[in-house]
Design a protein around this ligand. Structure first.
Ligand code: UD1
Length: 419
């Protein structure tokens, strides 16, 4: 199993380009199932989750062509299986995103139930309730969701809680339904808006994406189009925190800082100087040690749960104490134990971690448990004394394109080894 070796102590300097957003490209790839005609997707990040989604679509008989610039052409006219098997869904929960498109376009779907995962139980009940309210018959048996319907019917949905992929699944299902679907308490994440923009370009009629109420006026057909995926705000945020931790100075290009407000605010509180324009952001820490910050995760536009672990790493070496409250997922402090092994002073009670900054972290072998936890351990390694070994890095490859190449370009000493 591959590992990353990181020799800590270099402050990051330079400029890199941010990749397309994982959480935007996955629903957009699922949305290609709705198109009558080929779709061209651009700014696709080179990630394991993208490969897994391509494998899933390929198994359904969908034709996929990848060019050398990672643009993907998808033609769903060759589809011959309306089925998402357990072997694929268990490796990537976002596979559930094919359910809405398959059901609304083809009238049936069989999709494995995603199991539990490291960061909590993560049920899909809200996806299923929404589809049932639109007229689908759903049976869950043998670990699979069996869904059938005549043409889905527009309805008024009030989501019990905010769910990102739930909103996306229902929005996709509603595009081809008869009449209008209103989704209240919808997720407002920029990736939901990016999916809506793509669907509208395909001929859908969606209003209100990016707000808490989305209206989808059903149409008869969607068409293929070309679409370029939004930049990854979590990758952007991760590199910003990496720079802040190491006291560095970095410019990130090809990103959209307007979607990073809650993150930039916390970095400024930590003492960073931030400058940005429409498509770049620059951070300078002037070699200073960061100050601790308090964080509470919640749906967009509040502070993202996908940046919680990285800020926990920042607080580990910051001046003072900071409180990290995780309110989205029930078990998302798996990185804490590993950071404690590097000398961090963290106390967890319930969904809150109190982190008191120490003068230095000391390198240790650590193990990644989920995607963002892996990123946070790499960040801790960048500042630790000695050589940190991060094991189980397949998690990182699910969601970060070329992370060690990008860090190396910024002056970090990091390399991948086979065992
Ligand atoms: C998406 C993101 C993930 C991010 C998360 C929260 C993708 C591919 N993944 O995951 O990176 O961490 O949003 O911002 O976009 N819930 C239910 N019932 C449901 C659905 C969700 O109870 O039917 C609960 C979950 O257990 C969780 C909360 O709602 O506590 C939010 O989860 P959700 O927004 O659905 O996360 P994902 O869409 O899976």
């Amino acid at each position: 199993m591959e590992k990353l070796l990181i020799d800590g102590g270099q402050s990051l300097e330079g400029e890199i380009r941010v990749s397309g957003a994982k959480n935007a490209v996955l629903p957009i790839l699922a949305a290609t199932l709705l198109a009558d005609g080929p779709m061209q997707i651009e700014n696709v990040p080179h990630l394991q989750d993208v490969t897994t989604t391509m494998e899933l679509l390929g198994r359904m008989g969908v034709s996929l062509t990848l060019d050398e610039r990672m643009n993907i052409e998808v033609d769903s006219s060759t589809i011959n299986e309306l089925f998402a098997p357990y072997e694929v869904v268990k490796t990537m929960r976002a596979s559930i995103l094919v359910l809405g498109p398959l059901l609304t376009r083809f009238g049936q779907a069989e999709v494995s139930l995603p199991g539990g995962c490291a960061i909590g139980s993560r049920p899909v009940n809200l996806h299923l309730h929404g589809l049932e309210a639109m007229g689908a018959e759903i049976e869950v048996k043998g670990g699979y969701i069996h869904a059938r319907s005549k043409r889905l019917e527009g309805t008024h949905l009030v989501m019990d809680s905010v769910t990102v992929t739930g909103t996306e699944n229902l929005m996709m299902a509603a595009t081809l339904a008869a009449g209008t679907t209103i989704i209240e308490n919808a997720a407002r994440e920029p990736e939901v808006t990016d999916l809506a923009n793509c669907l509208n370009k395909m001929g859908a009629n969606i209003e209100g994406a990016g707000t808490g109420t989305i209206a989808v006026h059903g149409v008869e057909k969607l068409y293929g189009c070309q679409y370029s995926v939004l930049a990854d705000r979590i990758e952007t945020g991760t590199f910003l925190v990496a720079t802040a931790i190491t006291g560095g100075h970095v410019r990130l290009k090809n990103t959209q800082p307007n979607f990073l407000e809650s993150i930039l605010l916390k970095l400024k509180e930590a003492g960073a100087s931030i400058h940005c324009d429409a498509d770049w952001v620059e951070i300078d820490m002037y070699k200073r040690r960061p100050k601790s910050v308090d964080i509470c995760t919640a749906p967009y536009p509040a502070f993202p749960t996908d940046m919680q672990a990285q800020f926990t790493a920042l607080n580990c070496i910051a001046e003072g104490s900071g409180t990290i409250t995780e309110s989205v997922f029930e078990n998302r402090f798996m990185h804490v134990q590993e950071m404690q092994r590097m000398g961090a002073n963290i106390k967890v009670t319930g969904n809150t971690a109190i982190v008191t900054g120490v003068d230095r972290l000391v390198a240790a072998p650590v193990m990644a448990t989920d995607l963002r936890a892996s990123a946070s351990l790499i960040l801790a390694g960048l500042i630790a004394e000695g050589q940190t070994i991060v094991d189980r890095i397949y998690h990182i490859d699910r969601g970060y394109e070329c992370i060690e190449e990008k860090l190396t370009q910024l002056g970090a000493r990091i390399r991948r080894v086979p065992h």
